[in-house]
Design a binder for this molecule. Sequence first.
Ligand SMILES: [Zn+2]
Ligand SMILES: [Zn+2]
Length: 264
Amino acid sequence: MTAKKILWLLLLVVTVSTGVVSCSSDDNGNGGITPPEIDETLNRQTTGSSARDLLSDEKYSRIVLEILYVQGYEPNAASVENLKDFLGERMHKPDGIDVEMTAIESPGDTVYSVERVAEIERELRANYNYEDEIAVFVFFADQKSDQDEGNKVVLGAAYWNTSFVIYESTIQDIAARTGTPSRTVLESTVMQHEFGHLLGLVNFGTDLTSDHQDEDHGHHCDVEDCLMYYLAESGGDLSNVISGGSIPELDPLCIADLQANGGK
Ligand SMILES: [Zn+2]
Ligand SMILES: [Zn+2]
């Protein structure tokens, strides 16, 4: 066996401590028109805590997905369309799912911790929950995770209630090798998996309706071909989950949990 084995980690869920940073605007002195007040702390809560707000239209009837990427590390258009389709199948957002893409120059970091990503978010995120719109932020990084160790690589991580990071440089490296899934399949899988954590899976803000949590691996599903399966200890690669080059779907047990928490 000369082939280098790679363990794939999709699953890191880290909550960055919630700093109290409140940003509101006062009267701008322009004819007494007060700009809308934005409470950024609504978007700096524990992962999974906004599951119902994302799934149902009780508070928010629309969603904006803000994708901030380092130039050269944007997701394929097909991956973004796949994510929109996935969200449309699970969330009640009758007034729409909008995507906003913004490019930035490389911040110059050589690795990214989730704390560093959160710092970039604080600085550059443009969209926060407001009125009937909930906002989700995704950062596409140009360097790897600081958690990568040897052959274990992290492809994505959810860190707040409406935030996750995709380690796009790592995805591009893997997709460029022979015998690996395509970049679109990898990006789509990781984005949908991380979004699944924002939706409260598994038992992470959305209650279980049946016993399918893989407790040895945290907030993951024990159904092997489910999108929310924990892959890192498969000892191999994503081929356990990504078979035939297709993106894994949520299994019926995870879908039942989402439906019981206001989703489709
Ligand atoms: Zn995960
Ligand atoms: Zn599942």
